[in-house]
Ligand binder design. Structure first.
Ligand SMILES: C[S@@+](CC[C@H](N)C(=O)[O-])C[C@H]1O[C@@H](n2cnc3c(N)ncnc32)[C@H](O)[C@@H]1O
Length: 257
């Protein structure tokens, strides 16, 4: 994946405050399962963004260092979690010594890494047998109105990685280089129930922070958000007041070979 300015992977910084406000944290059970496989508690949160996963890691007692390339996202993280060691860097260039962490985790970020470069770099900072895990919050499209939301939003708003029914297939190889031999074994995948309280307005604001919408031409973006608004206004579950967005945290974890 590219990190050039204007690319999907570098689109988040311009919306860092909205990201911090509207994006969800992660199911604690998912984070515990991720770290169960590690031999110690030192964890690198890679592509840490504004610190959504970092906060859940802290809640379960991990000794966390956060690494993030985007200065605006990093500033939000430092403001929200001032005691966390937070460094500027990327998956392809990690500012940590060899063999220094027991697990590397990435929340909604591993799909942006260039694993041909990032794989060896992640393996370098991990202890032998260390864990590499990607976590994704997926919406539960077994629920009728959530599945309608996916259809109405379209794949730029809610893609294969964002849906319960498709996230496993969409991410099972995310820890390996495209067409290449990786430094990690096969990925074990599991989901853990989660949800996030929303109003229709806050759910629209959350979806507006998805990368596909951040890089969309203005008119198309407004049309997409309008379709989502109309759907939410038409459904009894979401038309009035606050509701829970049914989600799961999906984890894909592998070991350093
Ligand atoms: C969708 S956000 C997720 C942020 C955070 N982990 C979370 O759970 O909310 C993706 C993050 O990955 C970062 N990112 C993009 N390319 C990256 C790379 N090559 N190495 C590390 N992080 C990267 C972006 O700057 C952004 O902060």
């Amino acid at each position: 994946m590219s990190s050039e300015p204007g690319s999907l992977s570098s689109s988040f910084g311009g919306a860092a405050a909205a990201y911090a406000r509207h994006r969800p944290d992660y199911a604690r059970a998912a984070v515990r399962w991720t770290l169960d496989a590690a031999s110690g508690g030192r964890v690198l949160d890679l592509g840490a963004g504004t610190g959504k996963l970092t906060a859940t890691l802290l809640e379960v007692g991990a000794d966390v260092v956060a690494v993030e390339p985007d200065p605006a996202m990093l500033a939000e993280l430092r403001g929200a979690l001032p005691t966390v060691r937070a460094l500027q860097g990327s998956a392809e260039q990690i500012p940590l010594p060899d063999d220094s962490v027991d697990a590397v985790v990435a929340g909604h970020a591993m799909h942006w890494f260039d694993m041909a470069v990032a794989g060896p770099e992640i393996a370098r900072v991990l202890v032998p047998g260390g864990v590499l895990a990607g976590l994704w919050n997926v919406v539960d499209d077994r629920v009728d109105w959530v599945s309608a939301l996916g259809r109405v939003g379209g794949s730029a708003a809610i893609g294969a990685r964002d849906l319960f029914s498709t996230w496993r297939a969409a991410t099972s190889d995310a820890h390996l280089p495209v067409n290449g031999q990786g430094r990690f074994g096969f990925a074990e995948q599991a989901e853990f129930p989660h949800d996030q309280r929303h109003t229709a307005d806050s759910l629209v604001a959350k979806i507006a922070t998805h990368a596909g919408l951040l890089v969309m031409p203005e008119q198309e973006r407004e049309a997409t958000l309008d379709r989502i608004r109309d759907l939410l206004a038409s459904r009894p579950e979401t038309a009035r007041g606050a509701f829970a967005l049914p989600m799961l945290t999906g984890v894909s974890r592998a070991r350093r070979l």
